[in-house]
Design a protein around this ligand. Structure first.
Ligand SMILES: [Ca+2]
Ligand SMILES: [Ca+2]
Length: 307
């Protein structure tokens, strides 16, 4: 088989998948439409949202097929100008495992991240210490943190629960997180409660690479641009995945001693995969997310949610 044939074969595979998903979609939408059309006539908006959700689900089906890898053309599909789906495949390890913040080294890295967003050191530490106090089992506040005495004063005697976060949204309740959210409206994209507990340097943003490794902003930016490959876009087929620790150290300017210190918090391997599919009907969008772990042929779904 020539390379051209092989490519044509791959393209044919992708096309088949798209066709399969269109057929599934037509059956589902058609069936549900007939079953419930009378009740929905008054609600065009809810109908559009519902259909956008179905499109998002259809994108997930395509993305979970074992033949489909990140960068595959089948992951973006427009049925017509008004309807389509787009799937992003990433590593959940590109995020800070927030329930690790009881550890001082994780708090330092998270404070560095907040500082890269423009917070001063005191505000950064207020937020990270409060996040830690939120989950640690004691009632003794860290130097910049907040325990029950603080929240009780704001009519919230039930806080903090002294248990791990069960959703990212809860983080906003911790003292000082309002300042973080104001500085970086996309802060949620930097945290996880589902990863394998390590920051995947092949997936983290440059700010996080710098925060967790101590590399300069310039080195971290350069590192991330090498990772993006020739097309300069992350998540496409030509991405460069680092496998060699020496290469990572050289690019980030990290000594062996420094690497030993951070090695318990970083990884070059994708532990948990994040598949994020957005369906669109006109101006309505619905997103479905699946977090999964793949070991050999085994595919385990860890979490599934929508927004
Ligand atoms: Ca506590
Ligand atoms: Ca505490």
């Amino acid at each position: 088989m020539t390379l051209a044939n092989q490519r044509a074969g791959e393209g044919g595979m992708a096309l088949l998948l798209v066709l399969a998903s269109i057929i599934i979609l037509a059956l589902i939408v058609g069936g549900l439409w007939e079953a419930s059309a009378p009740g929905w006539e008054e609600s065009t908006m809810r109908r559009a949202e519902y259909q956008a959700g179905i499109l998002a689900e259809s994108g997930l089906v395509v993305a979970m097929h074992p033949e489909v890898e990140r960068g595959d053309v089948a992951l973006v599909h427009q049925f017509d100008a008004n309807r389509g789906y787009e799937v992003k495949i990433a590593s959940e390890g590109g995020r800070i495992p927030v329930n690790s913040l009881t550890d001082a080294a994780w708090r330092d890295a998270t404070s560095e991240l907040f500082v890269s967003w423009g917070l001063d050191a005191a505000s950064a530490s207020r937020a990270t210490d409060s996040l830690a106090d939120w989950i640690d089992e004691d009632e003794e506040a860290l130097s910049n943190g907040a325990e029950n005495a603080y929240y009780a004063g704001f009519d919230h005697p039930e806080y903090p629960p002294n248990e791990p976060f069960t959703s990212i949204e809860q983080m906003l309740l911790a003292a000082g997180m309002d300042v973080v959210a104001k500085a970086q409206p996309l802060w949620r994209d930097y945290f996880t409660i589902y990863s394998d507990g390590l920051v995947d340097l092949n997936a983290a943003t440059w700010e996080l690479v710098s925060a967790i490794t101590g590399a300069t902003y310039d080195s971290a930016l350069n590192f991330v641009s090498v990772r993006a490959g020739d097309d300069g876009v992350e998540g496409t087929a030509d991405d460069y995945l680092f496998e060699d620790v020496g290469e990572v150290q050289a690019l980030l300017g990290i000594t062996d001693t420094e690497w030993t210190e951070i090695s318990g918090r970083v990884s070059l391997i994708e532990g948990v995969r994040r598949i994020e599919s957005t369906g669109r009907i006109g101006e309505f969008e619905e997103t479905r997310v699946i977090l999964s772990r793949e070991a050999g042929d085994e595919f385990t779904v860890l979490a599934r949610f929508r927004y």
